[in-house]
Every structure is written in C-alpha cells, then in structure tokens.
Design a protein around this ligand. Structure first.
Ligand SMILES: [Zn+2]
Length: 106
C-alpha cells in the first residue's frame, strides 16, 4: 500500500463524530487520541501492519472515552494488551465463523 492511499476520514464512535487524520511525522509518537477534540492522529509511516495496530490502539482509547470509561482509556497497559490481542482474537473469531459456514449444518 502506498503512503498516500490512507486518507483522512470522518468517523463515528458510539454515535460521536471523530476525525481521523494521517500525518507523515508525529514526533516520536505512533498515534494520538484527543477525546475532547474528537480527533485521532495516526503517523503514516508506510508500514500498514503497524498503522493498523496503531489505529486499533487509538480506537480503544476513543471507545473507552465515549463509553465514559476514562480510567480504562488512561490505562495504557490495558489498551496495549487489547491492541496486541485484537488481531489474534479476530483470527480465532473468523476461524469459528468460517468453520460454521463450511460445516453446512445450520
Ligand atoms: Zn495509548
């Protein structure tokens, strides 16, 4: 994926408008979520796998914020853990769902 394929987007988190912005350099930080400004900033470093992890990480911050779980949002260990397991859980979920489809017993 080319760097310039990632475009800024208006999204909604729990119904609240947020703006996701990609920047070339976030000064030593991969991502940033401003729950007050409803703004997520992601460093577009060209490494899509790393960018996706960062997006997931920042989304957990924003979802916690919008659910009133500010203590969870401020718990960087928790957010890091969720980010690190998100794709693994997604793989297991896909395996379970895909198995159901192919077993044809529904
Ligand atoms: Zn964080």
């Amino acid at each position: 994926m080319k760097k310039n394929e990632l475009i800024n987007k208006a999204i909604k988190i729990k119904g609240v408008p947020y703006f996701v912005e990609f920047v070339e350099d976030l000064h030593g930080c991969l991502g940033l979520t401003d729950g007050k400004a409803k703004h997520i900033i992601i460093e577009n470093n060209g490494d899509l796998k790393e960018i996706k992890k960062t997006i997931v990480h920042e989304l957990f911050h924003a979802f916690f914020d919008e659910c009133g779980l500010v203590e969870y949002s401020n718990n960087e260990l928790l957010v890091n853990w969720l980010e690190q397991h998100y794709f693994e859980i997604q793989k297991v979920l896909n395996f379970i769902v895909d198995n159901k489809k192919s077993s044809n017993k529904s």
